[in-house]
Design a protein around this ligand. Structure first.
Ligand SMILES: [Zn+2]
Length: 403
């Protein structure tokens, strides 16, 4: 679908703003009206494992559009998949969907964000999705499906505007996009919003089982950024009896700092799944878990996790964000005879997105080291290095941060 037809004949009209009295947080100075450069730069993935910084004329901004000066963007596993294999067939593409920046220009029809908060030049925003096929997805309907039907900036094919992803210095947010004013969050927190929303949604899905309760015994399997954020979300809702499972001791140590009461390194248990399950049970002081979050993309991990859960317990599977192939379980022993309640979780709803802003404030408020999840920051010019660092698993969350 052509999103740009509305823009093409638009004449750019400078929005006059009074920056005095503006409430925007963050370090970078607001761009005064008229200070938008003539050229924008994007990191275009032109072939596998190769980004090129490309320069384009600053596009005209239509009455329903927003021009954002990009401040930063997290590197996601999805970006890494695209970089290595292009499974979605998007090349050439400007990636980057975990981005945030400052409004430098707005069309005259833009007044409010998707939650009804006023928007003005100088505000800090994030985008969630843009909806072309399913305009019924709103954040006000509690029964709404996740936003998997929407398009996302940073995963759209290139077009004549080019500023379609957050791995850039400017991006154009077009009509039909979900936009949130997050001026009250600092840059690092804003970069973590999109991945954190995945966990807010997973925990909301888990709560539908009625098994997850105040201080339930909870296993979190997988301590990458998603598993660590899972622990943080659980901590902010009063669950402290958490055991983290992973094979990487550094990540397990971080899980403890995030609030896991105990950790289990699966490399310490060579005697098969019963041995490992015994390790989890011991970590809970002789009990199996009431509930488990499976946060890895590993088929073996999916099969293993059932063994950590008590009879009548629950499981949220969220690790298979992309197709990781089939996993083998024994339905009689793993599900039926134990009466396990299983929920799957994928992406988020728009309401989860808004909840995420409050989660981040609360996590900081109770002293969780949430911002330390961002272990590496690269300028846009080093985007290839940033992706390689993500692939090497040398850190946790890798981010592109513009000056
Ligand atoms: Zn992501």
């Amino acid at each position: 679908m052509d999103m740009n037809s509305a823009n093409i004949e638009e004449i750019v009209r400078q929005v006059l703003v009074d920056m005095r009295g503006g409430s925007s947080a963050g370090a970078s100075a607001p761009v005064a009206a008229g200070n938008v450069p003539q050229k924008a730069h994007v990191a275009m993935l032109t072939k596998l494992k190769h980004f090129e910084i490309q320069e384009y004329p600053m596009p005209a901004i239509g009455d329903d559009d927003i021009l954002v000066k990009v401040e930063g963007c997290g590197v996601c596993g999805t970006d890494a998949h695209e970089y290595v294999r292009d499974p979605f067939g998007l090349i050439p593409v400007v990636l980057g969907h975990e981005g945030t920046g400052e409004i430098v220009k707005m069309g005259k029809n833009v007044k409010k964000d998707s939650a009804g908060k006023p928007l003005k030049v100088g505000d800090k925003i994030v985008t969630s999705m843009s909806f072309h096929d399913d305009p019924d997805i709103t954040m006000y309907d509690l029964n709404k499906q996740n936003v998997g039907a929407g398009d996302i900036y940073g995963l759209q094919p290139d077009d004549d505007i080019h500023l379609n992803g957050w791995f850039a210095d400017y991006m154009v947010v077009r009509k039909g996009s979900s936009v949130f004013n997050v001026s009250d969050l600092d840059l690092d927190s804003r970069i973590l919003i999109e991945p954190a929303a995945v966990l807010i949604h997973a925990v909301e899905r888990a709560k539908t089982t009625n098994i997850l309760r105040f201080n339930s015994r909870v296993v979190v399997q997988g301590c990458g950024p998603i598993g660590l954020l899972c622990i943080a979300v659980l901590r902010t809702m009063g669950i402290e009896n958490i055991v983290a499972v992973d094979g990487n001791q550094k990540r397990l140590d971080f899980a403890k700092r995030m609030g896991a009461g105990a950790t289990v390194n699966f490399n310490d248990f060579k005697g098969g799944i019963d041995d490992l399950a015994g390790g989890v049970k011991a970590a809970f002081g002789g009990y199996l878990a009431d509930f488990a979050f499976q946060c890895t993309g590993s088929a073996v991990a999916h099969a293993n996790v059932y063994h950590f859960i008590r009879t009548g317990g629950g499981l949220c599977e969220l690790g298979f964000f992309v197709d990781g192939g089939p996993a083998q379980i024994n339905p009689h022993f793993d599900l039926c005879s134990k009466e396990i309640t299983l929920v799957g979780s994928w992406v988020y709803t728009l309401r989860d997105y808004a909840t995420t802003f409050d989660f981040l404030k609360r996590a900081l408020g109770i002293g969780l080291p949430i911002k330390e999840l961002i272990t590496h920051k690269f300028p846009l010019s080093q985007i290839n290095e940033a992706l390689e660092t993500n692939l090497s698993q040398a850190g946790l969350k890798i981010a592109i941060v513009n000056e």
